[in-house]
Design a protein. Structure first.
Length: 441
């Protein structure tokens, strides 16, 4: 079996089989984990304010619900540190099994958290703790899933495309989460806020079982096996990567501002904004986000593929620039409350994000030397949760409360785009270069 873990010992066909298995395992695993993460996001925007903070005003309750939502993002760097350490010490595969269990069990238990009406504020406390566990799990997931795919890519010419497939798990998870919420919202009707919302959380345990079965059947990546064979495993990879590649960590976090912050405004805050502030139909918004997720099925791998041709950094800069402009278009259309205009705004909001998200996995992961790659890429990627994805719905809600217009939020999105444009310009680009040998780190 050991011979199946090095590049040179596999035939082209055998290597192709392992690559496909790794890509499938990564993509399905990330789909399951992001399904878990997104159903919380949707429920926070639609329900958790009045279920767990009923004595607050509607906007204060929403802010409180998004604060529990933020806890998941704050916990993601913790997950990056914990699982990044083990991913660089014991391997990508074993670590990914642990992240899946952490995320899945926490999501399953959320289905049984009593509301304020049953146990008072302790319901919100339990919800917050389980959200933190969700964040820790997803914090370790991204780095491993990307490396599992990317480190099996034998040629340099399609590494961007291969690494973009785990990113495909985000729209897949978003699609599944919105589909299940829509289905049980329709089925349970007026009872959705009573018990219907709990079923999507409980169903996650089935998905976890599927994910475990798939991940147990894959091999370790050849790049990590090479590190083992050459005895280049770091004793404290997190400490080493902070000392030796701090620039790449900071740039990885900052370049995500234009990708992550707008995404969670478009995927989470929109449920409060459109349904509660603009009084539009909940199911209409769910359907629009569903269609947007379907668009990502094509645009994420397409952007990853184009990055193999024009370079990761160039593709990313294009996406960040489009993001800065689109925020004004988005809120201009949504604020009309005309159904077709709102639908178009939501569906196309995903495209600027995908132009960045497609090449992002390879751009960030390639920047770190192999022995520190899981830790460095995970930490840089997940630190963005503290400055971008986590606070974005909170900032959007506060801006709307202060200015009563979506254009204030569009200015915030444009500012995020400027940060990403500057940061991406300084990020090293390893398109077409060998990533299996150690860098000077």
């Amino acid at each position: 079996m050991a011979m199946a873990t090095t590049y040179g010992s596999l035939s082209e066909s055998e290597h192709g089989v392992q690559l496909r298995k790794a890509v499938i395992a990564s993509t399905i695993g990330t789909t399951i984990e992001w399904y878990d993460f997104f159903i919380y996001n949707i429920a926070a925007g639609l329900l958790f304010g009045r279920l767990y903070f009923p004595h607050e005003s509607p906007i204060a309750g929403t802010l409180a619900a998004f604060a529990t939502y933020f806890v998941g993002f704050a916990a993601r760097p913790i997950g990056a540190v914990i699982f990044g350490h083990y991913g660089d010490r014991i391997g990508r595969k074993a670590t990914l099994i642990a992240t899946l269990l952490c995320m899945g069990i926490a999501t399953f238990l959320i289905a049984f958290v009593p509301t304020y009406a049953s146990i008072g504020i302790w319901g919100a406390v339990l919800l917050t703790l389980l959200r933190a566990l969700q964040g820790i799990g997803v914090g370790g997931e991204w780095g491993g899933s990307v490396l599992l795919s990317m480190e099996w890519a034998r040629t340099h010419g399609h590494r961007g495309l291969v690494a973009s497939w785990p990113q495909f798990g985000v729209p897949s998870g978003l699609f599944l989460a919105n589909l299940v919420i829509l289905g049980f919202s329709t089925w349970s009707g007026d009872q959705f806020a009573v018990w219907g919302w709990r079923i999507p959380f409980a169903l996650s345990i089935i998905l976890v079982g599927i994910g475990l079965w798939i991940r147990l059947g894959i091999l370790e990546t050849p790049v990590f096996q090479k590190l083992l064979d050459q005895n280049k495993i770091e004793r404290a990879p997190i400490t080493e990567v902070i000392k030796k590649q701090p620039r790449e960590i900071i740039l990885a976090a900052l370049l995500r501002m234009a990708e992550q912050a707008p995404f969670y405004i478009y995927a989470a805050f929109i449920f409060y904004y459109a349904v509660h502030a603009l009084h539009m139909q909940r199911n209409f918004i769910l359907v629009a986000v569903l269609v947007a997720a379907c668009v990502s099925f094509f645009t994420i791998p397409f952007a990853g593929h184009i990055s193999d041709r024009i370079g990761r950094r160039n593709m990313y800069l294009i996406g960040a620039a489009v993001t800065g402009i689109y925020g004004f278009v988005y809120f201009g259309l949504v604020d009309t409350t005309i159904p077709w205009a709102v639908f178009i705004a939501i569906v196309f909001s995903i495209v600027p994000h995908d132009l960045q998200y497609g090449p992002q996995a390879a751009l960030i992961a390639e920047a770190f030397t192999p022995r520190l790659r899981y830790s460095g890429s995970s930490l840089g990627y997940q630190l963005a949760s503290l400055i971008a994805g986590g606070p974005a719905p909170l900032i959007a809600t506060a801006l709307f409360a202060a200015y009563n217009t979506g254009y204030a939020i569009a200015v915030y999105i444009a500012a995020c785009a400027v940060v990403s444009l500057i940061s991406a310009s300084f990020m090293p680009d390893y398109t077409g270069k060998d990533i299996s040998a150690e860098y000077d780190a």
